[in-house]
Design a binder for this molecule. Structure first.
Ligand code: AMP
Length: 481
């Protein structure tokens, strides 16, 4: 991690406050390179891995530069997956929390109407997957006139998933006077072409890729026969006894098998694969983040975009077929300076895949022995004690930043001709409350949500019992979610 601090960037106090609550004390390498240039509106092509702090490297300057008063979206962030879109939205919301930056995520398999409703509100940042973004543009529910920043995240993955043409179409709809930043773990020809075609003299930034992979993650490889994998997996978990662990499989079927085996052995485990409904996928991911269970068994859909603090160990139950996927999977551990372990189980026939991965990551994965019977036996008692338990979540960034924030529900909205200023005007007049204590306001037809910051929620509820907003008496209560 770099020695520099965020002080030198002249960021606004609201952003500095978020960084301090998030415990981002020093910029990571990619942030040191990207933030100063982004603040000067420079187009950038950034080669960096997930886990390097790249989201904040564009999130911080964007949140800083956004004009709060503007109602229409000013930044559009494209991501290849729904999970990543949700994660980026969360990161932007956290960074922009005290500036009251409103970020909305739009992706498929979620009702269009809900997103349309959100986009009608003041929205500063839209994060989305290409298909759904196009839908919103075509139906004019997403207006692009004020877009000043375009970020294409994980551009190589967009390419792999066949989204490049859609991305191009979107770029062509955007105002030309904008800043474009492209982030990618690798820079295949098509991505480079895209950059040359649509960017203004972009500066190329390259963050050494293996640095992050080797220095914080201990990699190892264990050879095993297919039919002995489950037994080996169990032995590894007993010996490692991790606080949190992701097990990656190649197929949905393998996920189901591993899940069934470990669940039957009372592991605290859930599973994630593309066959599940989107809502269930989010629920599982959030559950893992909150520490409701300690083991997650997943296909590659989960390899991107899950930002869980301190995953102690990643086990590749199956060798990934694509070399890039090895980096993404193992990048779930050893994040942001923490130490992590990545153990890969390989059958004797998988040598050629391992070789391809090793060429790609630039080093040989050290071969390790399977745990001995003795090792397993001597760790069994400690393992049994921890088996069903929750994970202790020490560091949930979002929970921390939301501390002291109460979401209030008011029983009136647009139909009563209420606007945000009406709420601010009334609430800021309550003794002991100022406009700085009011967060994001979302006005629907018949109800309004207002975030109250700094632990003043109850004070506002009490005061509002006798007050009116624009002459109207509204019921006010803590919002359910
Ligand atoms: P990303 O590469 O965007 O997926 O970020 C990787 C992880 O690093 C996330 O958990 C971030 O919240 C965290 N992070 C980003 N910037 C910093 C920083 N300056 N200091 C500490 N952690 C950070």
């Amino acid at each position: 991690m770099s020695e520099k601090s965020f002080e030198g960037y002249n960021l606004s106090d609201e952003i500095k406050r978020s960084l301090s609550v998030l415990k981002y004390e020093n910029p990571t390498e990619v942030q040191t390179e990207v933030i100063p240039l982004a603040l000067q509106n420079q187009d950038l092509v950034v080669k960096s891995q997930t886990g390097s702090g790249k989201t904040a490297s564009f999130g911080i300057p964007i949140c800083d530069m956004i004009e709060w008063e503007e109602k229409l979206p000013q930044a559009l962030i494209l991501t290849p997956t729904r999970e990543l879109a949700a994660q980026v939205r969360e990161d932007i919301t956290n960074i922009g929390r005290f500036k009251r930056i409103k970020a909305t995520a739009v992706y498929g398999k979620e009702p269009f109407s809900k997103q349309k409703e959100e986009l009608k509100q003041k929205t500063h940042v839209v994060v989305g997957t290409p298909g759904r973004v196009i839908d919103h543009i075509e139906r004019e529910t997403l207006l692009l006139d004020k877009i000043k920043y375009l970020i294409i995240d994980e551009a190589d993955e967009m390419l792999n998933m066949g989204f490049i043409e859609q991305v191009e179409w979107i770029i062509e709809q955007l105002p030309e006077d904008r800043v474009t930043m492209v982030f990618s773990a690798t820079l295949p020809k098509d991505v480079e072409n895209l950059c040359h075609q649509y960017m203004k003299e972009p500066v190329q930034i390259e963050i050494a890729s293996t640095g992050g992979t080797t220095s914080t993650i201990e990699h190892s490889l264990i050879e095993v026969k297919e039919e002995e994998k489950i037994a080996l997996l169990k032995d590894i978990t007993v010996v490692e006894n991790p606080d949190s662990c992701i097990i990656f499989c190649r197929t949905k079927e393998n996920v189901d098998t591993v899940y069934a085996q470990l669940d039957a052995a009372n592991y605290s485990i859930e599973r994630l694969h593309g066959g599940l409904e989107q809502e269930d996928r989010f629920a599982v991911m959030n559950g893992f983040k909150m520490g409701n269970f300690r083991y997650l068994v997943a296909t590659d859909v989960a390899a991107r975009g899950i930002d869980v603090d301190n995953v102690s160990i990643v086990i590749n139950y199956d060798v990934p077929m694509e070399k890039e996927s090895y980096v993404h999977r193992t990048g779930r551990t050893g994040r942001a300076g923490n130490k992590g372990k990545a153990i890969t189980l390989a059958t004797p026939y998988e040598g050629k895949f391992i070789k391809a991965i090793e060429r790609y990551i630039g080093f040989e994965i050290p071969v390790a022995e399977a745990p001995s019977t003795q090792e397993v036996a001597s760790n069994q008692a400690a393992f049994d004690e921890k088996i069903g338990g929750r994970r202790v979540v020490k560091n949930n960034k979002t929970a921390r930043i939301n501390q002291g924030i109460t979401k209030l529900h008011f029983s009136g909205g647009k139909k009563k001709k209420l606007r945000a200023v009406d709420f601010v005007g009334t609430i800021a007049k309550i003794p002991g409350v100022t406009a700085d204590d009011i967060g994001i306001i979302t006005i629907h037809d018949t109800m309004t949500y207002v975030d109250i910051l700094n632990g003043k929620g109850s004070l506002v509820i009490q005061a509002m019992e006798d007050a009116t907003i624009k002459g109207k008496k509204l019921r006010v209560s803590k919002a359910i979610k």
